[in-house]
Design a protein around this ligand. Structure first.
Ligand SMILES: NC(=O)c1ccc[n+]([C@@H]2O[C@H](COP(=O)([O-])OP(=O)(O)OC[C@H]3O[C@@H](n4cnc5c(N)ncnc54)[C@H](OP(=O)(O)O)[C@@H]3O)[C@@H](O)[C@H]2O)c1
Length: 266
C-alpha cells in the first residue's frame, strides 16, 4: 500500500491495532495522534520509524492546527485520514445533569472529526487515492438505552460520512466503520467491563476485519455478531427492535445497564 495515514486515537485499542497493521503489514507511514505522549512513544519504539507519534487533542483547535502545520511544513502528503478517537460515557439514563457530558461527547465523537475532515480535505483530494475513514459504532445502527450522548454522536458521524461519500464520489473514498463491542480500554471505567473482555472480539481481530474490508472498497463496514444482529433487527422490525433490546437488558440485569432505566420516586 505504501501510503501515509493520519490516525486519531492511536495510543490504544482499534487505533493502535490499525496503526500496527498499516505500518507493519502494508508498509504505510502512520501519523498517530493521541493525548498520552508516553503511550505513543512506546508504540514508536515498537513500530519503528513508519510510526510518527504526534500529541494532539483533536477537540482543540490549536492542536489540530499544530498537526496541520507539522504535516505541511514537512512536505507530508497524507492519503488516508482515519478519525477513530472516541469516548463512551458510562451507560445511564439521560437527565438534565448529563447535558455537559453530552456536549463533551459530541465535541470529540462528532465535531472534532468534522473539523479534521475540514482541515485535511484539500490535502486528501490531492492524493490519487485519498480516503477518509470515520469510526462510528453499532450504536449508530440501533440505539441502546443509556447511550443518548454516544448514540447521538455516532449517528451524526455516520450521517456526515454518508453525505461526504455521496458528494465526493470517485474523487475521494469515504467509509464509515460501525464496530460492535470490542475488547478495548473504551469500557475500562464501566461496571461489568470484565464481561466485554471475556466475550467481545479483540481489537486486533476487529482491526484486521476493518482493513480487509477497506481494501475491498467497502464504504460501510459493520463488524461483530452483536452489531450485525442489532442492524438487521432494527432494519426489519423498526423501533420495536429497540424496545426488545431495552426489555432484554432490563430483565437480564446486565450490570452495565443498571443505571439506565428511570424510576419515578413519587
Ligand atoms: N470498543 C468498542 O466496543 C467499540 C465499539 C464501537 C465503536 N468503537 C469506537 O472505536 C473507536 C476507538 O475506540 P477503542 O474501542 O479503540 O477505545 P480506546 O482503546 O479507549 O481508544 C480511544 C482512543 O481515543 C483517544 N482519545 C480520546 N480522547 C481523545 C482526544 N480528545 N484527542 C485525541 N485522542 C483522543 C485515546 O487516546 P488518549 O487517551 O491517549 O488521547 C485512545 O487512543 C472509538 O471511536 C469508539 O467509539 C469502539
Amino acid at each position: 500500500m505504501n501510503k501515509t495515514a493520519v490516525i486519531s486515537g492511536a495510543s490504544s485499542g482499534l487505533g493502535y491495532e490499525l496503526s500496527k497493521l498499516l505500518c507493519q503489514k502494508y508498509g504505510c507511514r502512520v501519523i498517530g495522534l493521541a493525548r498520552r505522549k508516553e503511550k505513543l512513544d512506546v508504540i514508536r519504539e515498537e513500530l519503528g520509524e513508519n510510526f510518527v507519534p504526534f500529541v494532539c487533542d483533536v477537540t482543540k483547535e490549536d492542536d489540530r492546527q499544530n498537526l496541520f502545520d507539522f504535516v505541511t511544513e514537512n512536505g507530508i502528503k497524507p492519503d488516508i485520514l482515519i478519525n477513530n478517537a472516541g469516548i463512551l460515557p458510562e451507560f445511564a439514563c439521560y437527565t438534565p445533569e448529563k447535558a455537559d457530558e453530552l456536549r463533551r461527547v459530541m465535541e470529540l465523537n462528532f465535531h472534532a472529526h468534522v473539523e479534521m475532515c475540514t482541515l485535511f480535505l484539500p490535502l486528501l483530494l490531492e492524493s490519487e487515492h485519498g480516503a477518509i475513514v470515520n469510526v462510528a459504532s453499532s450504536a449508530a445502527l440501533a440505539t441502546l438505552p443509556g447511550t443518548a450522548a454516544y448514540s447521538a454522536s455516532k449517528s451524526a458521524l455516520l450521517a456526515f460520512t454518508e453525505s461526504l461519500s455521496l458528494e465526493y464520489g470517485k474523487s475521494l473514498f469515504v467509509a464509515a466503520v460501525c464496530p460492535g463491542m470490542t475488547a478495548t480500554e473504551l469500557f475500562s471505567s464501566h461496571e461489568g467491563s470484565n464481561l466485554i473482555d471475556k466475550f467481545a472480539p479483540s481489537a486486533e481481530k476487529t482491526a484486521k476485519k476493518i482493513v480487509r474490508r477497506l481494501r475491498r472498497g467497502r464504504e460501510m463496514i459493520v463488524t461483530g455478531a452483536d452489531a450485525h444482529l442489532m442492524s438487521i433487527l432494527r432494519r426489519f422490525l423498526g423501533r420495536p427492535a429497540l424496545k426488545i433490546f431495552a426489555f432484554f437488558f432490563k430483565i437480564v440485569k446486565i450490570p452495565m445497564f443498571t443505571g439506565t432505566f428511570y424510576k419515578k420516586t413519587r
